[in-house]
Write a protein that binds this ligand. Structure first.
Ligand code: GLC
Length: 433
């Protein structure tokens, strides 16, 4: 098992972290199932940097299962990080999309082949945790929830940080039910995910909803504005054209298809350009669009230069600011929906697909418009109203920026997680809130 210390400094000497002995809250070890910067990892980055800045905050160490943008960003932020890489066979193991007896059998066979590597990984993780003796182990990602429950030292408390719905995951729901006694508390990114966890395993461990944060110093109404037309390689549209966009990974359930269908339903006389701000971040498989496939779909709808594809955009805030309307179109209930919170923080008019945690982020008609998931006609009618009415866009955007400041601050997020950690250490467990 190869271990790579991505950050050479000791926790005591790293800026923003404190020595375990000198810290009131002891050491928190976070386990991340991924080294990329998807939603859950960005939240982990916010959490560790937010806690590092709080008075009496804990010493912190992140153990990541792969190197990548997450580990590099943690290094830059001065958070201690160690990579304990998944063996490849374990990295490929997942229950996403597993359905029916055939799927379960296949997964069982793959899991059986992975057992020796898994045991090796577990032993290495257990050794690392024993050596650091954390007060709290805080896991991110289903595989890490399982491994954390099996590897945590007897004296450590365990927090499962849930970013996704559990009850519908055929294998994981069973695994977590089996292991739930080893977990002290689950933090859920929305009430909706907390309710789902309760359905999955009952009242213990309690599931406490803590809404994510966004970095309000970056995601704000003023700042640099991206040139989306240049990024997409197309001519600037006529003055007064309203820009609407979907900013999402290429996962099919993010609803690009619904978005494009809705754009195709808009009256031709409206001056509007639609942008697909997505690039291939992960390897393409059946659950993701290939960009060419999406382009072909757009031209089959006759969209022509009404739609532009920018590819992946590294600087999300400047993209948000370039759009008049940001569309969230997920076809499945969204556990939280970081893009919604980010667009709101940038003062954009947002249309969201009203299911799951997404509905907890804004108020329908005040700080966003709620649409019916998978319904292109409903989405088109919201878009038409927004394209025709600049005052409505203005009003929604202003209310969204105010709501975002109140709901999504890093300070509120770090404090609420710190409260959960502290209640564990003082033995007063919070009930589901
Ligand atoms: C997961 C969820 C997404 C959420 C993110 C951060 O990726 O699917 O809804 O925004 O985690 O919690």
């Amino acid at each position: 098992m190869s271990v790579r210390t991505a950050h050479g400094r000791s926790p005591a000497s790293a800026p923003g972290t404190r020595d375990a002995a000198g810290s009131r809250d002891g050491l928190v070890v976070y386990l991340s199932a991924s080294g990329t910067l998807g939603g859950a990892e960005r939240v982990l980055l916010d959490l560790t940097t937010g806690l590092a800045g709080r008075p009496g905050g804990p010493s912190q160490l992140v153990i990541a299962a792969a190197d990548g943008p997450l580990t590099r960003a943690l290094e830059r932020a001065g958070v201690e990080v160690v990579t304990l890489p998944w063996p490849p066979i374990v990295a490929r193991l997942g229950d996403h999309g597993v359905r029916g007896p055939g799927g379960v059998l296949q997964l069982a066979l793959r899991a059986a082949r992975a057992v020796p590597s898994l045991l090796g990984y577990l032993a290495a993780l257990r050794g690392m945790l024993r050596e650091r003796a954390p007060a709290i182990v805080h896991s991110n990602g289903f595989k890490m929830h399982v491994l954390a429950a099996l590897a945590k030292p007897a004296g450590s408390r365990l927090v499962w940080h849930l970013h996704d719905f559990t009850a519908s995951r055929f294998v994981m729901v069973r695994a977590l039910r089996l292991l739930k006694r080893r977990c002290d508390v689950a933090i859920a990114n929305s009430r909706s995910v907390a309710d789902d966890a309760r359905q999955a395993w009952g009242e213990r461990p309690p599931a406490v909803p803590v809404l994510n944060a966004v970095d309000l110093s970056r995601f704000s109404p003023s700042g640099p504005v991206a040139d989306l037309d240049e990024m997409a390689g197309c001519a600037t549209p006529p003055e007064g054209t309203v820009r609407i966009g979907i900013v999402a990974t290429l996962a099919r359930w993010k609803g690009h298809e619904v978005f494009l269908r809705a754009v195709a339903l808009l009256p031709r006389e409206l001056r509007v350009r639609a942008y697909v701000v997505s690039g291939a971040v992960y390897e393409t498989d059946g659950s993701q669009w290939a960009l060419d496939e999406l382009r072909a779909f757009a031209s089959s709808l006759g969209l022509g230069d009404r739609v532009a594809f920018t590819g992946f955009a590294a600087d999300a805030p400047s993209v948000m600011r370039a759009l008049d309307v940001v569309v969230h179109a997920s076809t499945r209930p969204e556990p939280f929906g970081l893009v919604i919170a980010e667009a709101m923080a940038c003062g954009r008019a947002v249309v969201l697909s009203a299911a799951g945690g997404a509905t907890e982020l804004a108020d329908d008609g005040r700080s966003a418009l709620f649409s019916v998931p998978s319904d292109a006609v409903a989405l088109a009618s919201h878009l038409e109203a927004l394209v025709r009415d600049a005052a409505l866009r203005e009003r929604l955007g202003a209310a969204a920026a105010i709501a975002a400041r109140a709901r999504f601050s890093l300070d509120r997020f770090a404090r609420e997680v710190q409260d959960v950690h502290r209640s564990l250490l003082s033995g007063t467990r919070r009930g589901p809130g």
